[in-house]
Design a protein around this ligand. Structure first.
Ligand code: ATP
Ligand code: MG
Length: 394
């Protein structure tokens, strides 16, 4: 059976929480492999071993592992008996048909019962490969690194290290609620929190039927893309058009964007409390648009008691776009769509709204009733990766 050795983020997982983090990662890897044949996952001497039934599944295994937070790197591995000759034979078998003009061997002996030390394995196996293939040893910049890991009763021979996503296993850092707009930024903000081990709930505000359904369709697609990283998501869809109509009647145009955003935060907070989320997340970055000045962010924050996290706060737009492309959310985010925040707002909103102005403007609104009603009527959608259709029938 083909094996994969998974290395987790050593430094991040040190300390008392480690066994729990590893359990979480094991569970996440198992869940991510749903639908693939004969997958077995187990902890093995500071690594994780994944076995799967068919070599044909490797591209899927690789793709799914590469997205999971908490993994430093992983290697496709040929198992061998814990014996130097068996290891050599397996390595030479793996090297059949491989071309490289230089190489090195890197060995790790996690099980000290194996009679050779790591440097001895490297030297002796290096000699055998050199003799068999005629390649030059290059310790600094080898064209190929042959890796051998001796783990318990077996050794694993690996040729290629695949990069992992880094970060922390999904679920170890608690739950947050991200305001997901359908724009470019908020999906990246959500992913950053997923990568830090949070389970991220998504909340979207739409102005259907005043505007089209496009934003809802985009957000459903973006939520599905993000679910590939955290495996389970919940999306709340909130009708916001009626509230905007009330705001238009009561609030002067320059303050409307800030008031919309404050109402969104209050509604999100209500939903977050019910769903056990400990913080709110937005895709705002300082100075990106007129509504995102430090003054406005402070006034927006004051509407919520939960912390408002802004993982993109110090990023440039091109850095954000780069990440959005990698996540594949970018293509969806740029689909033209009318943003509900621009509904009934002037081209130049106030860049320095003050708390006093905004508080005063809001006294004309039944804030509590609007928030309560919007949160109570939010639609809930649960998503999973792999989607149910891709799972093996029980
Ligand atoms: P984005 O690309 O994420 O939409 P943006 O630069 O367009 O960000 P704004 O439209 O001002 O900025 O929104 C700032 C943040 O407010 C968003 O990142 C998102 O977290 C939240 N937000 C805005 N509109 C909505 C919405 N309709 N539903 C949910 N959240 C929203
Ligand atoms: Mg936007």
């Amino acid at each position: 059976m083909p094996s994969v050795i998974v290395h987790y983020q050593e430094i991040a997982l040190k300390g008392r929480n480690r066994p729990w983090f590893v359990e979480r990662l094991l569970a996440n890897i198992r869940a991510a492999m749903a639908g693939l044949d004969g997958v077995k996952v187990r902890a093995l001497m500071g690594r994780i071993e994944l076995q799967h039934a068919s070599h044909d599944d490797w591209p899927q295994v690789r793709e799914r592992l590469s997205r999971l937070p908490g993994i430093a790197n992983f290697l496709r591995a040929a198992p061998a008996a814990c014996d130097f000759d068996a290891i050599t034979e397996t390595v030479l078998g793996e090297l059949a048909g491989v071309e490289a003009n230089s190489f090195r061997v890197t060995a790790r002996r996690a099980d000290k019962r194996f009679p050779l030390t790591s440097p001895q394995i490297e030297r002796d196996l290096g000699g055998r490969i050199k003799a068999a293939k005629g390649w030059r040893v290059d310790l600094e910049q080898p064209a190929l690194t042959v890796r051998v890991e001796v783990l318990g009763d077996r050794a694993f021979c690996c040729l290629r290290k695949e990069p992992g996503a880094g970060g922390l296993p999904s679920g170890v850092s608690g739950r947050v609620a991200c305001l997901l707009s359908g724009g470019i930024d908020s999906p990246v903000a959500a992913w950053r929190m997923i990568k830090r081990g949070c389970r991220v709930r998504f909340i979207h505000f739409h102005s259907y039927p005043i505007l089209s359904r496009t934003s809802q369709d985009k957000v459903a697609e973006i939520a599905a893309l993000l679910t590939r990283y955290q495996l389970e998501s919940r999306l709340y869809v909130v009708a916001f058009g009626g509230i905007q109509r009330r705001v238009v009647l009561a609030v002067p145009p320059p303050l409307r964007v800030v008031v919309y955003r404050r109402l969104m935060l209050r509604i999100a907070e209500r939903i977050a409390r019910v769903s056990g989320s400990a913080a709110l997340v937005t895709g705002e970055a300082v100075g990106q648009v007129a509504s995102q000045t430090l003054d406005n962010l402070a006034v927006i924050d004051a509407a919520a008691a939960l912390p408002v996290l802004r993982p993109l706060v110090g990023m440039d737009k091109d850095e954000i776009i780069h990440e959005a492309r990698r996540l594949r959310t970018y293509e969806v985010s740029i689909i033209p769509d009318e943003d509900c925040c621009t509904l009934f707002t002037p081209k130049h909103p106030a860049t320095r709204a003050t708390a006093r102005q905004v508080d005063e403007a809001e006294t004309a609104l039944p804030v509590e009733a609007l928030v309560e009603d919007a949160a109570a009527n939010a639609e809930r959608h649960d998503l999973r990766f792999p989607p149910a259709a891709a799972r093996r029938p029980a």
